[in-house]
Design a binder for this molecule. Structure first.
Ligand SMILES: C[S@@+](CC[C@H](N)C(=O)[O-])C[C@H]1O[C@@H](n2cnc3c(N)ncnc32)[C@H](O)[C@@H]1O
Length: 378
């Protein structure tokens, strides 16, 4: 213990100090002298350093907050649908081997209908189009009840809506008109995808030229409905399709003639129990069809917001049960796969509802809701 009569700070008081503290104080003094700094100056410069460090920390924290809010902003923009349309890379599996037949029935029809766009826009309400076999006005009348019950309660002014495989966009168009007429719901932002580029272009032109019910076009892209990976999850208030195009050749027979191809599948349907190979092939064909439907709906469910409706219109029954159609799935199938979450749709099986198709007697509509966030985490 050393007694100092004068503390390093110069105040005249007497106090006790440990030897090593004393050495340290001397060292400080020494250093200060070497740098020609008084202890007071040294303390001030240490204070300045502390302030500098605190200021730098604050600047870092502030810029981290700014960056995270910018990211949040970016996420919001993406969620509002500001995504890039992809380049279509391959023919979707449902159409493979039948590209020509397919483009005859969709691309050529849509091209011929809309050859003269101005005329088309003037006349489309009273013309039959697509494969509805009905005029726009009649199709709209036949879809009105279904849309009033299953679309209206889930949308508001300014909601966003997506149609998978939207063709030239007239089912979307009549949907927006019905929402406005039935409930005054307007200002929707409209999104969609379609495989036939000619149809996508028409859909874009229609929504650019004469958007109904004060709607605003988001993006309508040329893409495969079973791969919407360019769209962020949880993006839309309602996702629907007017028709889920089945696989035309689930066993990849690859025949050139679509009629012959279907005859081959019908033969498998009719196989006797003893023809176990054919029976088995028929089962595999139906399983592949189901997986195709599962994959298509999985993409629709992924891009729907939690709690949002996912609506499938004009669904066909399995080919062996409904030979006038192109193939499909049974009503029971929806119950089983939504309960088991077979395709990770994360929909609430209790929300499942069916409706009769007023345009095609042998088809049905399906309504279900994506689980809310808490249910998905379960
Ligand atoms: C019956 S039309 C329905 C068009 C539209 N929903 C409507 O009601 O006006 C079926 C549409 O599905 C499209 N399509 C078929 N398979 C597709 C796929 N894998 N991806 C995207 N679109 C597909 C066809 O090109 C066609 O335009």
């Amino acid at each position: 213990m050393t007694k100092l009569s004068q503390p390093p700070g110069g105040q005249s008081s007497t106090f006790d100090i440990e030897e090593d503290e004393f050495d340290e104080a001397l060292g400080l003094l020494d250093n200060a002298i070497k740098r020609e700094e008084t202890p007071e100056e040294h303390r001030n410069s240490m204070r300045a350093w502390k302030w500098w460090i605190v200021t730098m920390c604050l600047v870092t924290i502030y810029s981290a907050i700014l960056t995270s809010s910018e990211n949040q902003q970016k996420r919001l923009i993406t969620q509002n649908g500001n995504f890039q349309c992809p380049a279509i890379e391959k023919v979707p599996e449902n159409v493979q081997g039948f590209e020509e037949v397919f483009s005859e029935s969709y691309e050529e029809v849509s091209n011929s209908l809309t050859k003269n766009m101005t005329k088309f826009l003037e006349e489309f309400r009273t013309r039959a189009f697509d494969d509805w076999g009905e005029t726009y006005e009649k199709a709209k009348a036949k879809k009105r009840d279904w849309k009033r019950k299953h679309y209206v309660p889930f949308l508001n002014n300014g909601s966003s809506i997506f149609e998978s495989a939207c063709g030239i966009g007239l089912n979307m168009y009549l949907t927006l008109e019905i929402l406005s007429e039935e409930a005054g719901i307007e200002n929707l932002t409209v999104y969609g995808n379609e495989y036939m580029d000619a149809s996508t272009q028409k859909a874009n032109a229609i929504f650019d030229e004469i958007p109904p019910a004060k709607s605003r076009k988001g993006q309508i892209c040329t893409s495969d409905s079973t791969d919407l990976s360019y769209i962020p999850p949880n993006s839309f208030d309602l996702v629907f399709t007017g028709y889920l195009s089945p696989m035309l050749d689930p066993l990849h027979f690859g025949m050139e003639d679509i009629e012959l191809n279907y005859d081959r599948y019908f033969k498998l349907c009719d196989a006797k129990e003893s023809d176990w190979e054919e029976k088995k092939l028929s089962k595999i064909a139906q399983q592949r069809q189901q997986d195709w439907f599962g994959q298509w709906v999985a993409e629709m469910a992924r891009i729907a917001k939690p709690g949002a409706p996912i609506i499938l219109e004009s669904i066909s029954n399995p080919l062996c049960e409904e030979r006038d159609e192109w193939g499909g799935v049974s009503k029971e199938w929806w119950k089983v796969v939504s309960t088991n979450n077979t395709y990770a749709w994360d929909v609430d099986p209790k929300s499942l509802e069916y409706g009769g198709d007023q345009i095609f007697d042998d088809r049905y509509h399906v309504f279900m809701k994506k689980k809310v966030a808490d249910q998905i985490r379960e």
